[in-house]
Ligand binder design. Structure first.
Ligand SMILES: Cc1cc2nc3c(=O)[nH]c(=O)nc-3n(C[C@H](O)[C@H](O)[C@H](O)COP(=O)(O)O)c2cc1C
Length: 207
């Protein structure tokens, strides 16, 4: 058995919901995970537009430590250029155990559905599908067009787990952070991690 920490790819694209991505990244890092991070150009813009300059991708780990605590420093991050199709995660020989695209724009969804592999996010997602590894796609758009709905079906048929950015309210959230915790918890579960980001449903709502 390898004692190397688990390695997971996380892609951030230009769909609303940057907080879902930062909460997911923080929770993965706090578990000691090595994260292969890829942020599209519009993903970079989303981080700044929705969370402020402090969350710019180059300052993300200090931002996460400030928001979620120093445990995020238990993990490690490799930040890849989305233009680098020669990165290790562009190959099936890289031992990445899974990938999440959080949030996933309709543009990137369409590209994954059609196997375009034009940038590293699209290529790494294609690798996950061809290697039959876990690919979690967190689409965000409303309402959705028929092509967008069909692209989700195509991704699901190819083996991706569609996990829409739809937080639940039965855990009685009080803050935006509670909603982000719920979605990040769903993503971690889908990637095979245990977590305590939201309480398990016990049959009745409680606080
Ligand atoms: C502030 C802002 C919010 C956006 N929100 C969404 C969204 O929720 N869903 C979506 O599919 N596209 C959204 N877009 C459009 C995408 O960012 C755009 O289609 C972009 O080309 C996606 O590229 P990417 O997938 O490479 O990040 C948004 C753009 C901006 C500037």
């Amino acid at each position: 058995m390898s004692d190397k920490p688990a390695s997971v790819a996380l892609a951030i694209t230009g769909a609303s919901g940057a907080m879902y991505a930062t909460r997911t990244l923080a929770a993965l890092l706090a578990q000691g995970t090595h994260v292969e991070l890829i942020v599209s150009d519009y993903g970079r813009r989303l981080l700044r537009d929705e969370l402020g300059e402090a969350a710019a991708v180059e300052r993300l780990v200090p931002y996460l430590a400030e928001q979620y605590g120093d445990e995020v420093r238990d993990g490690t991050v490799t930040l890849h250029s989305n233009r680098d199709l020669g990165a290790a995660i562009a190959s099936g020989s890289h031992g990445c155990r899974g990938m999440a695209i959080v949030p996933c724009s309709m543009k990137t969804l369409a590209a994954v559905a059609h196997g375009l592999s034009r940038n590293l996010i699209e290529r790494a997602a294609d690798v996950m599908l061809k290697e039959h590894r876990r690919l979690v796609i967190v689409p965000r758009e409303t309402p959705m067009s028929l092509p967008q709905l069909r692209n989700m079906v195509m991704c699901a048929e190819a083996g991706a787990l569609m996990l829409p950015a739809m937080p639940a309210f039965y855990q009685q959230p009080r803050t935006l952070e509670d909603l982000a915790d719920f979605l990040a918890g769903k993503i971690l579960s889908a990637l095979g991690f245990e977590h305590a980001l939201y309480p398990a449903w016990t049959g009745r709502a409680s606080r």
